[in-house]
Design a protein around this ligand. Structure first.
Ligand code: NIG
Ligand code: FE
Length: 409
C-alpha cells in the first residue's frame, strides 16, 4: 500500500452528475490531497495529512512542488490503426472539394483502406503503439481503437488482431471496436445489405471466438450506410452481446435517431445535429460524443456541445484521431478549443474527458478517483487546474500513472 502526494489540488471527479450542465463550483477539489493505492486500485483520496495519520505503515511516494492531479483521460473514439497518409485530402478540401466529393472520387476512407491492406499486421502494431504512447503522453490512460480500414473479413481481422497485440505493447489501455460498417468497399461485389450480412455471418462469430471486440460501430451517412440496412446489423450485433456506437449526424442527420432507437452507448460526431436531435439524445441513455478534432480537421461547425449540456445530455469529448478528418491527435488542445467556441466550463470539459467518457465506453472502474477504481491518474505542474484548458494543450502532464505505477514523467 502506498500514499502518492501531496497534490496542491486533487480533483477526484467523484459525486458529480452523469448528465447535464456543470459549473466549476461543483468540482470537488481536495487541497493538499493524496491518493492511497493498493494493488493498482484506489483505496481512498483525502488530504495528505489525514492519509498519513490513517495509513501510518504505507509507503510514501512524494511529489515535488505545485501539482494538480486528476483521473487519467479517456479517449472513447479513435481510429489509430491505419497505414499511409491523407495529406492530399487536406490539400484537396482546401482547394474546394468536400469530404464527400473526395470519397465519391475514390479517395477518402477507401484510399486509407488500400494503404492499410498493404501494411502487415506487425507494421500496424508499430503504428498503433506509437500513436497510443503519444496519447499517453497527453494524459490519456484509456483509448478506444476502431477497425474499419480493412473492410473484408480477413482485413478487418488483421486490424483487430493488431489492436489486440498492441494492447500488450503499451501502458495505454486499449478498447477495440469493430467498424466493418465504415463504407462499402469498392471491390465488394454486392450491395450494402449483402456486405453487412457477410460481416454478420463470417466476421461476428470470429470476433466473439477470439474476443477481438466488445463494441460495434457504423458510419450512418450518405456515401456510407443508411438507417434501413444498419438497424438489422446492429440488432444482430446486440444479440451477440456487442455494445453499439454510431458515427452519427456528421454531415447529415439520421444517425443519432438510429443510435437512440437501438440503445447505443454513444452517438459520436453530431456536427449536423439540430435541436430535435439534441433533445432526443438528452432524453436518452446514449452518450453524446463531440469530436472537435474532426471539426478542426475538416473546417466545419462544432458539435452543439453547449445545447446538448443545457438540454441535459451526457457530453463526452474524444479525439477521433484518424488520417482523414482528424489527423491531429491532440485531445487536450481539441477539448480546450471546443470549450472556447461552445462556452463550456472547466468542469464540463474535464467531465467529458474522464467519467462521462468512461460511461460512453461503459467502463465502470475508470474516470474517477474513487475506492476500487483503477489508480489511473495524471499530474500537471501547476497550482491551478484551470491552467489545463487555458493553455490549450501546451501544459502537458508532468506524470502519468496507470494502475498506480508512474509510466511517464
Ligand atoms: O470519424 N466519418 C467517418 N469516419 C472517420 C473518418 C474516417 C476517414 O476519413 O478516414 C471520422 O471522421
Ligand atoms: Fe470516427
Amino acid at each position: 500500500m502506498k500514499i502518492i502526494g501531496p497534490f496542491t489540488q486533487l480533483l477526484p471527479m467523484t459525486n458529480m452528475p452523469l448528465k447535464g450542465a456543470l459549473s466549476d463550483d461543483t468540482l470537488p477539489i481536495i487541497k493538499n490531497g493524496g491518493i492511497v493505492v493498493d494493488g493498482g486500485k484506489i483505496v481512498e483520496t483525502d488530504t495528505y495529512t489525514n492519509l498519513l495519520k490513517k495509513y501510518p505503515k504505507a509507503t510514501l511516494q512524494t511529489t515535488n512542488g505545485n501539482t494538480v492531479a486528476l483521473p487519467g483521460f479517456v479517449d472513447s473514439h479513435t481510429h489509430i490503426c491505419w497505414g499511409g497518409t491523407r495529406a492530399m485530402d487536406f490539400a484537396m478540401r482546401n482547394a474546394g472539394k468536400t469530404y464527400m466529393d473526395i470519397a465519391r472520387e475514390g479517395g477518402g476512407i477507401w484510399s486509407t483502406v488500400q494503404n492499410t491492406r498493404k501494411a502487415t499486421k506487425e507494421e500496424l502494431v508499430t503504428n498503433i503503439v506509437h500513436r497510443a504512447n503519444y496519447l499517453l503522453s497527453q494524459g490519456v490512460t484509456t483509448a478506444e481503437v476502431k477497425s474499419g480500414y480493412g473492410l473484408s473479413v480477413e482485413e478487418e481481422l488483421k486490424m483487430l488482431r493488431a489492436i489486440q497485440i498492441s494492447h500488450h505493447c503499451t501502458k495505454l489501455h486499449l478498447i477495440p471496436t469493430c467498424l466493418a460498417a465504415h463504407t462499402l468497399p469498392k471491390d465488394f461485389d454486392g450491395n450494402h445489405k449483402e456486405y453487412l450480412e457477410l460481416m454478420e455471418n463470417e466476421l461476428f462469430p470470429i470476433l466473439k471466438e477470439e474476443n477481438l471486440a466488445k463494441r460495434m460501430d457504423a458510419f450512418i451517412e450518405e456515401e456510407a450506410f443508411d438507417a434501413k440496412v444498419t438497424i438489422p446489423y446492429f440488432e444482430k450485433a446486440k444479440e451477440l452481446g456487442f455494445d453499439i456506437t454510431v458515427h452519427a449526424d456528421q454531415f447529415s442527420t439520421g444517425g443519432s435517431e438510429v443510435a437512440v432507437e437501438v440503445g447505443a452507448v454513444s452517438a459520436d460526431h453530431l456536427e449536423a445535429s439540430t435541436q430535435k436531435e439534441v433533445e432526443m439524445l438528452a432524453n436518452s441513455d446514449t452518450v453524446a460524443t463531440a469530436l472537435p478534432g474532426a471539426t478542426i480537421g475538416l473546417g466545419v461547425t462544432f458539435t452543439p456541445a453547449r445545447a446538448l449540456l443545457d438540454a441535459g445530455a451526457c457530453l463526452n469529448i474524444a479525439s477521433d484521431w484518424n488520417p482523414g478528418s482528424a489527423p491531429q491527435g491532440l485531445l487536450l488542445t481539441q477539448a480546450s478549443i471546443l470549450a472556447a467556441f461552445q462556452k463550456l466550463s472547466n468542469a464540463e470539459v474535464l467531465a467529458g474527458l474522464t467519467y462521462r467518457a468512461a460511461h460512453a465506453l461503459r467502463e465502470d472502474y475508470i474516470g474517477k478517483l474513487e475506492k476500487d477504481f483503477k489508480a489511473n491518474f495524471v499530474t500537471f505542474n501547476t497550482d491551478n487546474y484551470q491552467e489545463i484548458t487555458y493553455q490549450q494543450g501546451r501544459l502537458l502532464p508532468s506524470g502519468v500513472y496507470v494502475e498506480g505505477e508512474k509510466v511517464m514523467g
